[in-house]
Design a binder for this molecule. Structure first.
Ligand SMILES: Nc1ncnc2c1ncn2[C@@H]1O[C@H](COP(=O)(O)OP(=O)(O)O)[C@@H](O)[C@H]1O
Ligand SMILES: [Mg+2]
Length: 429
């Protein structure tokens, strides 16, 4: 993993820092010891009545598997806190709090918890299995969302978070990697690993800083009591990223990043996305005000402001009606990706053909006696262009492109050799 990638991964991961307990929930920490590299579950193994099928995710708190519930005949997700982490009371407590928080919730916008099991492989959350991808993945693969898409995804997210708050829970880690979008375009919120139960006045929670550094609210950094408005902040940062493809604060060190959240004015999202309506810019900047009293005071207020922009009409915004449009948008994305791949192949093939034609044409109608060096340089240049292009398309296309490239080169070399031979004959060279 490159240093740059590993820093990016660290910044995306959840941080928990307290007087007695300090850790960073991240893939590299979860897999930093030899012991941890052992899979808690193997595909094909039975865990109670669940048959493990495959691993679908790894996070700081454990590993997530797709599994089959042999009794109810349905697919589920198993989130496992491995025994090496169960040894730490603090991890165990958080995992159980995650379960308790999620158990309170019942909403189409939130992944449902079926049960919490104790098992020799570790503690296990059995969850509703959802198919699709995280908003983080979506942004990484397709870039910023269009405005109607952003409003529809965040409208559903805010509805889900409204329910979370109504049930006395603050999520504290709302970021694109915890916002899941199903193939039907339905938002499903997940990962209550650092959620706070508002009626739990456990003082050990107070001296703790939790969150993900790129999205964390100033009060989380300062270790102050968090409430619904902390979730407004992290969602504001996520919306900023979703429509611009950039984060308001990107800094070299963790300290500089935290300082920026607490002290520095965010840039306008318009700096990164010129066509953003000023009203949406206002909504984003209001959500990420430093002082919680200056933000939207509830996610309901945030959602109303988003809908009042009129980017999607209220009828469309109702999740059910939005589904068909989301489906269209998914297939549009898929088509775009397909076009990109085929476009890449055709461009590469035409480049290769041009290279071939150049060689052939130069061979047949030379304006001057062709130099072997020039021919070689041309082919090398074409090969370079083709190779660079195929790398940009994707790695699967690379082997096809490379073999096309090799064939073209061999053919061209063969033909140019023949042409030279016949020209030499004709010119008596
Ligand atoms: N219920 C689920 N259905 C499908 N995939 C899931 C489910 N829960 C988690 N995942 C996958 O596993 C990844 C990690 O899960 P998450 O709960 O966010 O764990 P962590 O606390 O380690 O971040 C998610 O990003 C998602 O891709
Ligand atoms: Mg997560």
């Amino acid at each position: 993993m490159s240093a740059k990638a590993s820093r990016a991964d660290k910044l995306q991961s959840t941080v928990i820092i307290s007087n007695r307990f300090s850790e960073r929930r991240s893939q590299d920490v979860a897999h930093s010891t030899e012991e941890s590299s052992a899979e808690p579950l193997e595909a094909g193994s039975m865990v109670g009545r669940y048959l493990t099928l495959s691993r679908i995710g790894v996070g700081g708190m454990g590993v997530v598997y797709r599994a089959h519930d042999t009794k109810l005949n349905r697919t589920v997700a198993l989130k496992v806190l491995p025994p090496r982490l169960c040894k730490f009371p603090e991890y165990l407590k958080r995992f159980r709090t995650e379960a308790q928080a999620q158990a309170r919730l019942n909403s189409p916008y939130i992944v449902t918890l079926y049960e919490l099991m104790a098992h020799p492989v570790g503690e296990i959350l059995v969850l509703e299995y959802v198919e699709g991808e995280t908003l983080e993945n979506r942004l990484r693969h397709y870039g910023p969302l269009s405005l109607p898409e952003a409003v529809r995804i965040f409208e559903q997210t805010l509805r889900g978070v409204e329910h979370i708050h109504q049930m006395g829970v603050v999520h504290r880690d709302l970021k694109p990697s915890n916002i899941f979008i199903t193939h039907d375009g339905q938002v499903k919120l997940m990962d209550f690993g650092i959620a706070r139960l508002m009626d739990n006045h456990d003082s050990s929670q107070n001296d703790t800083m939790v969150g993900t550094l790129l999205y964390i609210s100033p009060e989380q950094i300062n270790g102050r009591e968090t409430d619904c408005r902390s979730d407004v902040y992290t969602l504001g940062i996520s919306l900023f990223e979703a429509v611009t493809g950039r984060l308001p604060f990107e800094r070299r060190s963790d300290y500089a990043l935290m300082h920026a959240h607490v002290q520095e004015n965010p840039p306008s999202p318009k700096e990164f996305q010129r066509r953003l309506p000023p009203e949406l810019e206002w909504v984003i900047l209001k959500a990420i005000e430093k002082d919680p009293n200056r933000r939207f005071q509830s996610v309901a207020e945030f959602r109303t402001a988003l809908l009042e922009l009129g980017i999607v009409n209220r009828r469309q915004s109702a999740a059910g009606n939005a589904l068909s449009e989301m489906r269209q948008s998914w297939s549009h994305h898929e088509k775009k990706a397909e076009h990109r791949i085929w476009g890449g192949i055709w461009t590469d093939l035409s480049l290769a053909t041009t290279a071939l034609l150049l060689v052939v044409t130069l061979g047949i109608f030379p304006t001057q006696k062709p130099s072997t060096e020039n021919m070689m340089a041309n082919t090398a240049h074409m090969k370079k262009v083709v190779r660079q292009k195929s790398v940009m398309v994707n790695t699967r296309q690379m082997s096809t492109m490379a073999s096309n490239d090799r064939n073209t080169k061999t053919q061209a070399a063969k033909q140019s050799k023949d042409k030279f031979a016949s020209l030499r004959d004709a010119w008596g060279g």
